[in-house]
Write a protein that binds this ligand. Structure first.
Ligand code: MN
Length: 292
């Protein structure tokens, strides 16, 4: 099937033509430098070519943030607009073949229609992100005091059900991963029992994990002091590692390079997790990159 291009192919080619001579010269010069050190530039090129970045759907909104924004002209109105923006990024970079959706923001009634639109634009679907860090309109139980770790069993179950719904939606789109980030934590000393809260989180995540298809991965993300100010349930790589170890082989630690304690380098997070798991998932601030 011919991939639909949002920008005229000839426009991109004309712009590329203006730069290609300088690019070739730079590439040759870099190749010569690497060769002096015994490094084959074409070998690197092959590795880089197989490197894919999944664009998070909210990244194409105004300001590229999940938080409050100042609307601008051309801001995507819905997931179909976002898909077109992601297609532009892919057309210009050839490095972002997949989109990472956020549910419920990107939920549509007809998943087949969304899948078909992805196919037409040459875009696949990467990890589905669940959202239990805010209340949605008409939601029975509030997440104000937590979701997967809430002290109320019915609220935890609602959060579990939402994650399972994300898996079911992703299955229709050809996705094969679920990303879970919870905003659960506390704002004051003594507000929660840390250990009991973490146990409740794990118990709920085991239910989500049980619903995960065999060829899927489950990514859990740690994030220090956000949004709660006193404590966070999944606050550091060690906690994240415990979660992955407890859940099973399909569970992986997601390292978002945007969330670190002061003086901690992202490299420290990855190096800490890597020798044990031999694998991790990195989110470079706002772009999720898979590495084995
Ligand atoms: Mn993050």
């Amino acid at each position: 099937m011919m991939t639909e291009k949002i920008i005229e192919t000839s426009t991109v080619e004309a712009d590329n033509d203006a730069w290609i001579k300088a690019l070739r010269e730079d590439y040759q010069a870099l190749g010569a430098r690497l060769a002096r050190r015994g490094v084959d530039i074409d070998g690197i090129k092959v590795k880089v070519s197989s490197y894919g970045v999944a664009v998070p759907s909210w990244g194409v909104g105004t300001g590229g943030t999940r938080f409050a924004r100042f609307p601008g002209a051309g801001e995507p109105r819905h997931i179909f607009d976002k898909m077109e923006d992601c297609a532009v990024i892919q057309q210009l970079t050839n490095a972002t073949p997949k989109v990472s959706l956020h549910i419920p923001w990107d939920r549509v009634d007809d998943a087949d229609e969304l899948k078909a639109r992805g196919d037409a634009l040459g875009l696949g679907f990467d990890a589905i992100n669940s959202n239990t860090f805010q209340d949605q309109a008409g939601q029975a139980k509030s997440y104000k005091f937590g979701s997967l770790s809430h002290s109320d069993a019915a609220t935890r179950q609602q959060a579990v059900d939402h994650n399972i719904e994300c898996i079911e939606f992703g299955l229709k789109l050809g996705s094969n991963a679920l990303t879970v980030w919870v905003g659960d934590g506390s704002n004051f000393p003594g507000q929660v029992n840390f250990a009991a809260q973490f146990d409740r989180y794990l118990e709920a995540m085991k239910k989500v994990y049980a619903a995960l298809p065999d060829d899927w991965r489950l990514f859990t993300e740690h994030k220090i002091y956000e949004p709660a100010f006193y404590s966070t349930v999944v606050q550091d790589w060690g906690t994240n590692y415990m979660i992955a170890k407890e859940l099973g082989d399909k569970a992986y630690c997601l390292v978002d390079l945007g969330h670190h304690a002061p003086t901690v380098k992202y490299r420290d997070d990855c190096v800490a997790v890597d020798p044990v798991r031999q694998t991790w998932w990195v989110s470079f601030q706002r772009q999720q990159i898979w590495r084995r």
